[in-house]
Design a protein around this ligand. Structure first.
Ligand code: TXA
Ligand code: MG
Length: 317
C-alpha cells in the first residue's frame, strides 16, 4: 500500500525515497504536495512528468526555516524578514531573486524563486532530516482539484508514486498565498487565506494581479481555468434557483444551513471545506455541482479567486 501513517519508519522511508530522486505525496497545512529533491534534476523532471505540468510553470521550494531560504536567494530584503518572522511556518510563499549560481528547471527559466516554510509537523520533520529543499506542487494532475487528504493524492496518482504520507486532512484547505517581493511594490500573485488585511499592517501591498502571474508564465490564460472539479460547477445567488435546474445537482451551501452540503459561514471554514466537498460532489451520481456565491469583502477574495477558475459562469463572481 502506498499510503502510510507518518511513523518514524515511514518518515525514514520517505527520506530514502527523496534522496534517491523519487517523488512522494506529502501533507502540508494547505494542500498535499507532490514532493521531490529541489536540487535534483531527475526528481524535478519526474514531478513535471507525473503531474502533467507545463515546463514553463515554476515550482515552490519548501524549506525548514529562514536560514535555509536565505541559502537559495540572492538577497534577503527587510520585507522578507518581516513577513517570514510573522507568518512562517505557514501558508505563505514569497518570491525573491534566486541565488545567481543556482540553475534548476524547477525555476522554469526565470531568475526568481518561490519559497515556503510549511506549518505541518510531518513536512517540517522531513525537511529537518533532509540536507536539501523540497520542491512540491499540489499533488494533483495539472488542471484538476488540489488534494486535501492522502486518499485524494492516491486518486490522482495510484501506484505511479511509491509513497504517500498520511498527515490527515489539511487544516487550511487552499493553496498558499504567493507574494512577489522582487519589485518595489509588494504584490499578491495568488490570493490565499492570508490576505491583504494580514499583510497591510506590515507592508504596503497592491491587490492580487493575475496579469503579473501570466507574464511570468509567459503563457496567458494558462492559469485561468485551473482548480476545476470533473463535473460542471455553477454559482447561484439564491437556493430558490435549485428548483429550476432540469438536471440532477448537488448543492454546496455557504451559510444556508439545512440543505445541501454545508461549507460553513466564515471564509476559514469554507476554505477548509471547499476542496474536500468538491471531491465528494464530483464522485456523486449527479450532473452538476452548484454553489452559493460567496459574500463580498476581502476576506472572501481567496474563495472567489478559486471559484472563478473552476466555475462555468465566472462572470457572476
Ligand atoms: O500551498 C501551496 O503552495 C502548495 C503546497 C503543496 O505547498 N503548493 C502549490 O504549488 O500550490 P503549485 O505548484 O500547485 O502552485 C505554485 C504556484 C504556481 O501558480 C506557480 O506559477 C507559482 O506558484 N510560482 C512558483 N514559482 C514562482 C516564481 N518564481 N514566481 C512566481 N510564481 C511562482
Ligand atoms: Mg497547483
Amino acid at each position: 500500500m502506498t499510503i502510510k501513517s507518518p511513523s518514524p519508519d515511514a518518515i525514514a522511508e520517505a527520506v530514502d525515497y527523496l534522496r534517491q530522486s523519487n517523488v512522494i505525496g506529502l501533507p502540508t497545512e494547505t494542500v498535499y504536495g507532490l514532493a521531490g529533491n529541489g536540487l535534483d534534476e531527475k526528481a524535478i523532471q519526474k514531478i513535471y512528468e507525473v503531474k502533467g505540468r507545463p515546463s514553463n510553470n515554476p515550482l515552490i521550494f519548501h524549506v525548514r526555516d529562514v536560514d535555509a531560504a536565505k541559502e537559495l536567494t540572492q538577497e534577503w530584503p527587510e520585507t522578507a524578514a518581516l513577513l517570514t518572522s510573522h507568518y512562517w511556518p505557514g501558508p505563505m510563499t514569497i518570491v525573491l531573486p534566486v541565488r545567481s549560481d543556482l540553475q534548476s528547471s524547477a525555476l522554469a527559466g526565470g531568475r526568481t524563486i518561490a519559497l515556503r516554510c510549511p506549518q505541518h509537523p510531518v513536512a517540517l520533520e522531513l525537511l529537518r532530516q533532509l540536507e536539501f529543499p523540497i520542491v512540491a506542487p499540489s499533488a494533483n494532475r495539472s488542471g484538476t482539484l488540489s488534494p486535501v487528504s492522502a486518499e485524494h493524492v492516491w486518486d490522482n496518482f495510484h501506484d505511479s508514486i511509491p509513497l504517500i504520507l498520511d498527515g490527515g486532512e489539511c487544516r487550511v484547505g487552499l493553496e498558499s498565498t504567493v507574494i512577489d517581493l522582487t519589485e518595489n511594490q509588494v504584490r499578491v500573485l495568488r490570493p490565499g487565506i492570508l490576505n491583504e488585511k494580514h499583510l497591510r499592517p506590515l507592508l504596503e501591498v497592491s491587490a492580487s494581479n493575475e496579469e503579473k502571474v501570466q507574464s511570468i508564465l509567459k503563457s496567458p490564460g494558462l492559469l485561468s481555468r485551473h482548480y476545476a472539479p470533473s463535473k460542471p460547477l455553477r454559482v447561484i445567488d439564491d437556493p430558490g434557483e435549485l428548483d429550476h435546474f432540469s438536471m440532477s445537482v448537488v448543492y454546496l451551501s455557504i451559510g444556508n444551513d439545512g440543505i445541501g452540503i454545508d461549507l460553513g459561514k466564515s471564509p476559514e471554514q469554507v476554505a477548509s471545506n471547499l476542496y474536500r466537498s468538491l471531491w465528494e460532489a464530483q464522485k456523486m451520481e449527479v450532473d452538476m455541482i452548484v454553489i452559493d456565491r460567496p459574500p463580498l469583502g476581502e476576506d472572501w477574495n481567496v474563495i472567489r479567486d478559486r471559484l472563478r477558475r473552476a466555475v462555468e459562469n465566472p462572470e457572476s463572481l
